[in-house]
Every structure is written in structure tokens, then in C-alpha cells.
Design a protein around this ligand. Structure first.
Ligand code: FAD
Ligand code: SF4
Length: 475
């Protein structure tokens, strides 16, 4: 241990004063030499705890050893056995709460854990540059069955990739004009460049997966038609319907949901106006409500769109902030201000429908609530106004009813999500599987992928049983 560096190998980032004016990626990634230096820090533990805390059980010491030995192809092959989207996960997974949290090196006094996420990103980016994905599939494979996947987010892409590898003909139906789900329309370019998302999607298409965009299942085609044509289907439509505070003034001009604000920027490229003819309101004073990754993304995007003052209003304190700590630090460096222990109670206007401010009240923390976090309680008489011409509410999302309302046979939970067995992805209807945010509620990319992996195995079993053919290989 004595010869291991105590801290993670530093990684290059765009300087805050430059990056807050552009949408290019903040983190520039390791060079291979830097990656090898970081790989040297791994203890190559037996029964490595990092593997068990990864929702898709990546052989982390295995791919890190290959980096250390300078064998990037081997590292990419190891990763490829467990994940179809490593360049995405390397960038957006909350590693600090998963593999890195339990890393044995990080448990030693004054040692930081191995930078597992950044190493995953290094290998994945290398593979995207150097591997020929067109060789992923052969045309003469014997097709076992036909699978429909509804929704092209990380859960749908994962199930599709895994089933294509098992020789299924897979078609993904996507409502929007671009595939990727939140990876494409939600997470901004400066955290997850769309060229990376596109390349990883292309690598899944190269496995033989067909993606049909602009198809809203429930409207363009029905679930009955899908169940008629396919041997099994997987519903992964996410949780994209925004929640609202529902306070007075919500209908004023200048009040956005984070879904709308970020979709206009990411999917419709409003930050590239006039190259793309879809501008967004120019704002001076922006207030974002919420404390998760979505709030960070909205605030940092508003700054990059030219807003002078951007602040986040959060009803608890820094200690309870659900956003990734790295994103919080980045936001502070980019001069995003915070109003801790504060809640909005009304949006204020100039009398002609335009937003001019947010009336807030200060909060204090009381006893823990059902989530175990201390409940915020309003402090009487502490109201104040924050000047604002734009408000972005980022207080969570719920299930989208477009498909569900046309498929009443499917059992839902009391919160309106699909009831599915977490160990198999099976729903109340034979042959219909589900996973990702539409089952768990808004969660993470890697959990959505994990659900896809579990369901792929079970869907294979299901189709084989229906067709009475012997079970195949593992994914
Ligand atoms: P989604 O990614 O939501 O994809 C669902 C897809 O289904 C969408 O493309 C949608 O258009 C499509 N669809 C919906 N209805 C239909 C229909 N009727 N017919 C056809 N298609 C349909 N997680 C992290 O791990 N790290 C992060 O840093 C992070 N940041 C985030 C930032 C933002 C702004 C948001 C919104 C979420 C973030 N998350 C993050 C959460 C993560 O992105 C989600 O948990 C994950 O994308 C869920 O994947 P999914 O496949 O279940 O659904
Ligand atoms: Fe390496 Fe940490 Fe995993 Fe051990 S726990 S194998 S040190 S990454």
C-alpha cells in the first residue's frame, strides 16, 4: 500500500470560467498513460467488493488489470461482457455511491478510492475510436424469435442489445425523433456528449437491433398489434411526465418544467440557434427549484445559455442534497448560487402574465420523515422574494400515461408505475416484461440497465419455453 498514490490521478477539465460559456464536455478524460497510472492503484482484491456493488456486476479488477498491462482491447472485451453502454456509464453513473464507495483502497486511512468510473470511460472511449462495430453481428444467424422493445432509453437499449446477442430479431419503438431517452433529451451535452450516445446506440444497432423512431406506442401502433406480431415485448417508457409544485402563478410566462427546458436545449438544440431554428427564451435571472441531478443540469444549462444570475432553491440543506457531489462542486465553480432551507410558495408577476419573481419561505429541519431525512418545516414570517424572469421546476417526474392508458389490463402500483418482478421483469401479462424508471420511478441509468439485463435472460427463457426449444447460452 505504501507505494500506492493516496489520491486519484488528476483528470483534465475545462476551466470553470471558460466552460460556463459553452456546452462542450466539462471533463476531458484520462490519457492512456494517466489511466495506467490510476490502474496501478487498484489492489486487485480477491472477492472484490466493487463488483458486488455494481448493478451489472462488471469485473472491475479484470478490466483495470488489462489497462495496467496496456491491453486496451482486452479491457474493452471484459467491459463488453457486462455492459452495452460503458462510455455512458463511465460518465454519468453515481460511482461514488456504488463501486467507489466500497473500494478497499478508499477504505484505507487518507486514501481515495480507485477512479473506477473514469477508467471505464477511458476504455469505452478507446473502443469507440478503435473497434469496428460492424463486425458485431453475422447475417446468417438463426433467429430464435421476435422481440419488441418500447422506449429507447438505457433500459430498452440494454435489453435489446442482450437479446440481439442471443439471436433474437429486436425492434425498438421510440416516440421521439431520436433514440436514447433521457441520455439524449435530458442529460446535457456538457456532461454526456450526444456523439458518445449516438456511437453507443450505433454499436447496439450493429448487433442487428432495429430502431423505429417517431412511433408512439398506444397511438401510432397499439399494444394488441405488438403482442400479435412479436413473441414477447419489453416496456421501458421511462418516467418522463413532470411533477409541478402547483403553487399560484405556475401558468405565468417564464415558468418551465425541467423536462421542457432541457428537452428544448438538448433534443431541439436551442443552444445552437440559429443553426437549429428552435430558440429558447433569453433569461437574466433564473431560479431552479429542486436539489437533484436534474436541477443541477437545468441550472448549469441556464448559465451556459447566458443568464447572469442562476440560483437553486432547495428546501433541505447541503447534507441532504440528492445530486451527485461532483455535479454540485461543478455548479459552485460555475457560479450557481444556492438558497438552502428555502421553499417557493408563489410565482409573482408584473400584472401582464410575465414572471418577475419567486416568493419563498425559509425552512428549518424537524424530525425525520418516512425517507429517513429530516422533514423541512416553514418558518412563519420568513417570506422573501427572489427576482426572476425564468423559473425551472425540477422536483421529480412521474409515469407517462400515453401507453398505460391504452393498456388497462396491465397491473400498476399505487404510484402509477408498472408492477413488475424485479428479479425477472415479468408483469401481470405473460410475455410482457417491463423495467427501468417506468417500474422503479425516476432512478439511475445503471439501475435501468440492470433491469434490462435481468429481463433479457427471462425473456429468452420465456420465448424458448413457448417455442419448446432447449435453453441457450448466457448473455
Ligand atoms: P428513459 O431514459 O426515460 O427512456 C424512455 C424512452 O421511452 C424515452 O425515449 C421516451 O421517449 C420513450 N417513450 C415513452 N413513451 C413511449 C411510447 N408510448 N412509445 C414509444 N416510446 C415511448 N441517472 C444517472 O445514473 N446519472 C445521472 O447523472 C443522471 N442524470 C439525469 C439528468 C436528467 C436531466 C434526468 C431527467 C435524469 C437523469 N438520470 C441520471 C436518470 C436516468 O437518466 C434515468 O433513470 C434513466 O434514463 C431511465 O432509463 P429508462 O430506459 O427507464 O427510461
Ligand atoms: Fe480495485 Fe478497489 Fe475493486 Fe479492490 S475494491 S479490486 S482496489 S477497484
Amino acid at each position: 500500500m505504501a507505494r500506492k498514490s493516496r489520491t486519484k490521478t488528476p483528470i483534465s477539465e475545462q476551466a470553470p470560467e471558460i466552460r460556463k460559456t459553452n456546452f462542450e464536455e466539462v471533463c476531458l478524460g484520462y490519457t492512456i498513460e494517466e489511466g495506467q497510472a490510476e490502474a496501478e492503484r487498484c489492489l486487485q482484491c480477491k472477492n472484490a467488493p466493487c463488483i458486488a456493488s455494481c448493478p451489472v456486476m462488471i469485473d472491475i479488477p479484470g478490466f483495470i488489470l488489462a489497462i495496467k498491462e496496456g491491453n486496451m482491447q482486452e479491457a474493452a472485451d471484459v467491459l463488453g461482457k457486462y455492459t452495452n453502454l460503458p462510455a455512458i456509464c463511465g460518465r454519468v453513473c453515481p460511482q461514488e455511491k456504488q463501486c467507489e464507495e466500497v473500494c478497499k483502497l478508499g477504505k484505507a486511512k487518507n486514501f481515495e478510492p480507485v477512479a473506477i468510473g473514469k477508467l471505464e470511460r477511458l476504455v469505452a472511449d478507446w473502443a469507440l475510436e478503435n473497434q469496428d462495430f460492424s463486425k458485431n453481428t453475422s447475417n446468417d444467424r438463426a433467429i430464435i424469435g421476435k422481440i419488441a422493445v418500447i422506449g429507447s432509453g438505457p433500459s430498452g437499449l440494454t435489453v435489446a442489445g442482450d437479446l440481439a446477442k442471443l439471436n433474437y430479431e429486436v425492434t425498438i419503438y421510440e416516440a421521439l425523433h431520436d433514440a436514447g431517452g433521457v441520455l439524449t433529451y435530458g442529460i446535457p451535452e456538457f456532461r454526456l456528449p450526444k456523439r458518445i450516445v449516438k456511437k453507443e446506440i450505433e454499436s447496439i444497432e450493429a448487433l442487428g437491433v432495429k430502431i423505429e423512431t417517431n412511433v408512439v406506442v398506444g397511438k401510432t401502433i397499439t399494444m394488441d398489434e405488438i403482442m400479435e406480431e412479436f413473441d414477447a415485448c419489453y416496456i421501458s417508457v421511462g418516467a418522463g411526465a413532470p411533477n409541478f409544485m402547483g403553487i399560484p402563478g405556475t401558468s405565468l410566462n417564464g415558468v418551465y418544467s425541467s423536462s421542457e427546458y432541457l428537452t428544448r436545449i438538448n433534443l431541439m438544440h436551442s443552444y445552437e440557434f440559429p443553426k437549429y431554428d428552435t430558440p429558447i427564451k433569453k433569461s437574466q435571472n433564473v431560479v431552479v427549484i429542486g436539489g437533484g441531478n436534474v436541477a443541477m443540469d437545468a441550472a448549469r444549462s441556464a448559465k451556459r445559455m447566458g443568464a447572469e444570475n442562476v440560483s437553486i432553491v432547495y428546501r433541505r440543506s447541503l447534507e441532504e442534497l440528492p445530486a451527485r457531489i461532483e455535479e454540485y462542486h461543478h455548479s459552485v465553480e460555475e457560479e450557481i448560487d444556492y438558497h438552502w432551507l428555502t421553499n417557493p410558495i408563489e410565482y409573482v408577476s408584473n400584472g401582464s402574465g410575465e414572471l418577475t419573481g419567486v416568493k419563498c419561505i425559509k425552512m428549518e429541519l424537524g424530525e425525520p420523515d418516512a425517507s429517513g431525512r429530516r422533514r423541512p418545516i416553514p418558518i412563519k414570517g420568513s417570506e422573501f422574494i427572489i427576482e426572476a424572469d425564468t423559473v425551472i421546476e425540477a422536483i421529480g417526474q412521474g409515469s407517462n400515461k400515453v401507453l398505460l392508458s391504452t393498456f388497462p389490463e396491465l397491473a400498476l402500483t399505487k404510484w402509477g408505475y408498472i408492477e413488475a418482478d424485479p428479479k425477472t421483469g415479468e408483469t401481470s401479462i405473460p410475455g410482457v416484461f417491463a423495467g427501468g424508471d417506468i417500474v422503479t420511478g425516476a432512478a439511475t441509468v445503471i439501475l435501468a440497465m440492470g433491469a434490462g439485463k435481468v429481463a433479457a435472460v427471462q425473456m429468452d427463457k420465456y420465448v424458448q419455453e413457448q417455442k419448446k426449444i432447449p435453453a441457450t447460452t448466457k448473455v
